[in-house]
Design a protein around this ligand. Sequence first.
Ligand SMILES: [Mn+2]
Length: 344
Amino acid sequence: MLTAENFAFARQAGATHIVAHLVDYFRGGDHAHAEDQPVGTDLGWGLAGDPNQLWSVEELTTLRQNVEAAGLTLAAIENFDPAHWHDILLDGPQRAQHIENVKTILRNLGEAGIPMMGYNFSIAGVAGRTTGPYARGGAPSVGMEGPYDLPMPAGMAWNMIVDESRLNEPLAPITAAQLWDRLERFLNEVLPTAEAAGVTLAAHPDDPPMPTIRDTPRLVYQPDLYQKLIDINPSPANALELCVGSIAEMTEGDVYDAVETYARQNRVGYVHLRNVVGKVPTYKESFIDDGDIDVLRIMRILHENGFAGVVIPDHAPQMSCDAPWHAGMAYALGFMAAGLKTLS
Ligand SMILES: [Mn+2]
């Protein structure tokens, strides 16, 4: 989707910046079409990428130049490929190599002039979601119909297949304390490289924000757990990919307080802005003007707390026409553009 036509579409819809995904979420998987959000099966979204092929300075620079040719700025790359870092998540035998992979990717981003890397430190990843006519007018969107704790096989990480030969083996049990320890070691090892490269790491909370998915622990499934993440390391490169929708799906806290708390500390890298009805385990994603969240109030809180970074629509329901994804995104971007006009 990283085409000149789509960059022009984004610019026409009022976008100024692009957050790009380079992971192919659809390889070898069973998906209706590759412009929708992946939901996947019990084997996840599909096959992870080539473990030996990291994103190069050349391809990252070309991407930045293509974005800029459309009058836009490339703000961030979002999500590591599980093929490149799964043993950091799983604490597996290739961990040392995978730490080097992440450091190389961060250095390559810096060299290519891309200032931000969004990531999601999660064993099971974005698993357990369902698709249905959940949004206004029966628009297809994603949500959750209940908990999802089917045990995960050893050959999977982050809801993708990283080793097809181990899909019949169960994953060794992991405690929440072990997962936090893995995150702490990861951050402390890679943040100096990120700082030197001029790249900020921005952490997405759990989506869906359940305490467990696939019988594995989650990190940031309540709003105050984000504080624990940023308190691990005071580096300004240790920031948040603040997902307003995921925070609103959490069972505790208040989404407005959470946004204010983290914006005030100047630890928000960039923002995912979408709406939702309900909370885990039965929330449904909705149109940006039609859910539990007062999105204009969120924008005002960000503005009043000095946030000057990028806000993206995250996901949007699919609209009934020949270009369901584009229509949904254009609707969200138009609403956000109007919201910006209310701020001064
Ligand atoms: Mn998000």
